[in-house]
Write a protein that binds this ligand. Structure first.
Ligand code: ADP
Length: 158
């Protein structure tokens, strides 16, 4: 069975993430989405809410499972029986960080491959931070996030 993981903060999940999830779900029998819990990071949404929003946004993808993840990605992957870490690549600036992470993960566990999927062009400048920035100034985020996220974000930035 081909099992992959895709981890991130998803604070909140955007259409860019969903594009990777949808395409990724076709490559694996099971794709786990790991919602990162990092006590040192300040999130807009707590982990339970980030999971809820992802679950709602991914409800049509039957082989996609949303879970919380803590600690090293390779250990998280191993615990789920996954041998592929899926990552999305947007702009060139993502590359350096991603190459570093992929190299470190390879040295921690050579059995786990990192694979990259290029973002669809229309999402190449989309990030959770951009969404939050637009929402803060009451701009229209409907093109960038699923409806459930739009509602949740609007509630925060009333
Ligand atoms: P973190 O900030 O903790 O890395 P993110 O939720 O921003 O978490 O990103 C998780 C993954 O999703 C990363 O691989 C990132 O490159 C990818 N990603 C984020 N936004 C997009 C997008 N618009 N298109 C494609 N991939 C994306």
């Amino acid at each position: 069975m081909k099992i992959g993981i895709y981890t991130g903060s998803f604070d909140p999940v955007t259409n860019g993430h969903l594009d990777i999830i949808e395409r990724g779900s076709k490559m694996f029998d099971k794709l786990y989405i790991g919602v990162a819990i990092n006590v040192e990071k300040k999130y807009l949404f707590d982990a339970d809410e980030r999971v809820r929003l992802l679950k709602e946004a991914c409800k049509d993808y039957k082989n996609v499972i949303i879970v919380q993840s803590e600690g090293l990605s390779v250990e998280f992957a191993e615990s789920l029986g996954a041998n592929v870490i899926l990552r999305g690549l947007r702009v060139l600036t993502d590359f350096e960080y991603e190459l570093q992470m992929a190299s470190i993960n390879k040295s921690l566990n050579p059995n786990i491959e990192t694979i990259f999927m290029m973002t669809s062009t229309k999402y190449s400048f989309l990030s959770s931070s951009v969404v939050k920035e637009i929402a803060k100034f009451h701009g229209d985020i409907s093109k960038f996030v699923p409806p459930v996220v739009e509602t949740a974000v609007k509630k925060i930035f009333l």
